[in-house]
Ligand binder design. Sequence first.
Ligand SMILES: [Zn+2]
Ligand SMILES: [Zn+2]
Length: 375
Amino acid sequence: MEGSLVKDNPLLLPLNNEKTVYDGFVTVQVTQLMYVGYIISPHKNDSPKSLEKCTLHCSWQLKHLLHGYEHIVKQRLRQSADLVSFMLELKTVLEVGLKSRPECSSIPPPQYYSQLISEMETLGWDKLLFIDTEFRTLRLKAQDSSGRQHILTVKLNTLTEAPECSADLPVPLAITWTPQSTLEQLHNQFLQVLESLTEFWDVLDEIDRNTWILEPEKPSRSNTMRRIAIGNNISIKVEVDPRHPKMLPECCLLGAEHVVTLLRNKLNANMHSWNPDSSVFHNLRDVLEIEFPSPATHGKSGLSVECGICYSYRLEAAIPDQVCNNPHCGQPFHQACLHEWLRALPSSRQSFSIVFGECPYCSKPITVKMSAQKS
Ligand SMILES: [Zn+2]
Ligand SMILES: [Zn+2]
């Protein structure tokens, strides 16, 4: 009997004369070797009794694969007449498990590694920033023509399947891939994508260098939005189109009404003189007829005034973007703080989603709109 067990599973060896303890590997789906560990049976192998009291000790990979199938394994152990049939059952369970869990589809063939290494040699090892222990996830370095550093993350399944590519970009990363594609070709395509975005990043880098950015706190290469400080509690939010970065961006002015109205009128009056050959920074300056406070000339403290209710600047992701319209006050508040404050006042009233009340600083009328998620 054990003759056929060893014949079916040549990598499974008995550890004692009674042939009740086995150790070794089992082959699943032809190519995959799984460490089984010990199978301990209280009966001699030729015993006709069931294997109910058998125990299976296995490696964590196998355990992970069998997770959720333990009851089936137990049931099969109980039903199998001997170890030979149990091993057959176990393989069936494993094959089902492997099919339903593609992420377990374990170790690729040796050619995968040799091909990966030769492709990396062609690309240049200096481009490799990171590789995981499974040799599946690679991070490749790339530099655009303006000297900015970028990272392309490549997740390989096998070298004949399309990899998942991702990068910190303002547009979706479209990579054309064929089974003949190499890492070097992927990298070259990525460089071309970077080149197509150079103008966009040049526009934003110029803004970042010359102004105080209130939002996002630490802009990433994919961020198309900037909230630029104009003065005390006044800012402009611009949304730059990555495909047409020098065109007039979508603008939104933020601050006390009297200042915002003034700037909006200028924007509307001068919009026609927007020059697409010039940069967004210069155009904004000309169209709004202002000088942006810059890190070279101004500290940030006067520009990012904290909320008059909670005394902090950031509340979760929000900045104090509700401003009292009294020209002598101009105190900013977080929307959530002002809403809470006004709702608690007995003199406040609500109409639809707008709460009317008094500014906690100057007692002049102030309103706040409830944000959509806080209905
Ligand atoms: Zn607040
Ligand atoms: Zn006020």
